[in-house]
Design a protein around this ligand. Structure first.
Ligand code: BGC
Length: 415
């Protein structure tokens, strides 16, 4: 592949989040997992029975253990090995999150040993010339904070801001890029609107409150981090869906426009003047014909999500046109346990990114989701997003064929 414009993209990497990989976390998610694992296992067929992959996953998805993060993939203990994998793939960026519940396990009590753990991880990245993109909040909360109502209550923001300030004061010497909030739209939606994630509420008012509080978390976080040092480049990551229509019906446009605004732009509109870059997480598209989404004839991944990776160019160009800010693709990938689509997905994505850069998008970096197979929230372990395959029994790591291909491309691009 000849993708000259991609030479302008400085950072090539992969992404994880603390709870999904570290293991032995104690937070609002781990508590919820233990209370809900059996229910999730018993209802697996209802949720996944329609998927073409069902026969292959039935056993795993019907086992309560699948829904308990437990040791996860022990990234906490094996990060050196995992960073070696990154380096082996010619990657020079790692997006990861620090786990608030480890750093402040009790309200106002900092665990210095845990700060030291992340410092060691950051030093390990430095030794390998890997640029850290540090995420402060990726869906998990210390139990004490969740017990106060978490992000539902505006006054609770002070705890998050205190944490953000402390984390950057402690770890800042090793980093340039900070992502404050990950996917406020997904979190508010699944935790407070759809009732699927803890605390399983189904309230529009709560959803709006949480979303607005996460806007404030970003803005105030931005201010405190910049007050520590202006050199930090600070942003947040949003799940962006490409809603589109290929016909000219008014009703199709009426389906697309409000979704695009509320899901994609509302958050970015609110934080754009407090952002040095925008983090785009891209996984899916939704085409509308009149009021209905179109799915017939489209390829789907293991989770049933429609795969149209090439449409990332539309997302990047639209985001660029609206905000004129640097963009980092902080997540992009596919649930694909047999590794049958990942290379194809990456090929199309790289071509589309090249097109977007050619069209003027200031694309700073790309971090694939995910570096490793991991704990996929309420789905548990069965969906496999990793460039690196992880054996569930032995936790042994192995590069997937698509990852080998990707690393060759990155090598050519980086020169
Ligand atoms: C989240 C990740 C998740 C990925 C795949 C994103 O919504 O930020 O934590 O694993 O999508 O579902």
């Amino acid at each position: 592949m000849l993708l000259r414009s991609l030479k302008r993209v400085s950072y090539w990497g992969a992404s994880t989040s603390s709870h999904q990989v570290e293991g032995k976390n104690h937070n609002q998610w781990s508590v919820w997992e233990l209370a809900n694992a059996k229910r999730l296992a018993d209802t697996a067929k209802q949720r996944y029975g329609h998927l073409p992959i069902w026969e292959d996953i039935a056993k795993e998805a019907s086992t309560p253990d699948n829904y308990v993060s437990g040791i996860a993939i022990d990234h906490y203990g094996r990060y050196e090995e995992d960073l070696d994998m990154l380096a082996k793939m010619n990657l020079n960026a790692y997006r990861f999150s620090v786990e608030w519940s480890r750093l402040e396990p009790k309200e106002g009590r900092w665990d210095e040993a845990q700060f030291e753990h992340y410092r060691q991880m950051l030093r390990a990245m430095k030794r390998r010339d890997i640029e850290p993109f540090l995420t402060l909040w990726h869906f998990t909360l210390p139990v004490w904070f969740a017990e106060k109502g978490g992000f539902l209550h505006r006054p609770n923001l002070r705890y998050f801001i205190r944490f953000a300030e402390k984390a950057i004061a402690e770890l800042g010497e090793y980093i340039n890029y900070v992502i404050i909030v990950n996917e406020p739209n997904v979190y508010a939606g699944l935790s407070y609107h759809d009732g699927q994630w803890p605390p399983q509420q189904k309230s529009l008012i709560a959803t709006i409150k949480v979303f607005n509080n996460l806007v404030q978390a970003h803005k105030r976080g931005y201010q405190v981090i910049k007050a520590i040092n202006k050199r930090f480049k600070v942003g947040s990551s949003l799940n962006v869906i490409d809603f589109y229509n290929n016909d000219s019906r008014v009703t199709s446009r009426l389906s697309v426009a409000p979704r695009t605004y509320f899901w994609n732009w509302r958050y970015f509109d609110s934080i754009e003047s407090y952002s040095d870059f925008l983090g785009v997480n891209f996984y899916m598209t939704e085409e509308y014909r009149s009021w209905r989404p179109v799915s017939v004839g489209k390829k789907i991944n293991d989770l049933g999500w429609i795969m149209e990776p090439e449409r990332i160019s539309d997302v990047l160009i639209a985001t660029h046109n609206r905000y004129k800010l640097p963009i980092i693709i902080t997540e992009n990938g596919v649930a694909d346990r047999d590794d049958q689509y990942r290379r194809w997905w990456l090929e199309r994505t790289l071509t589309a990114m090249n097109f977007a850069v050619n069209s003027g998008v200031n694309l700073v970096g790309y971090t694939h989701w995910s570096l490793l197979d991991n704990f996929e929230w309420s789905h548990g372990f069965w969906p496999r997003f990793g460039l690196v395959e992880v054996d569930r029994e032995t936790l042994a790591r192995r590069l997937r064929p698509s990852a080998v291909w990707f690393s060759e491309q990155v090598k050519k691009i980086r020169g």
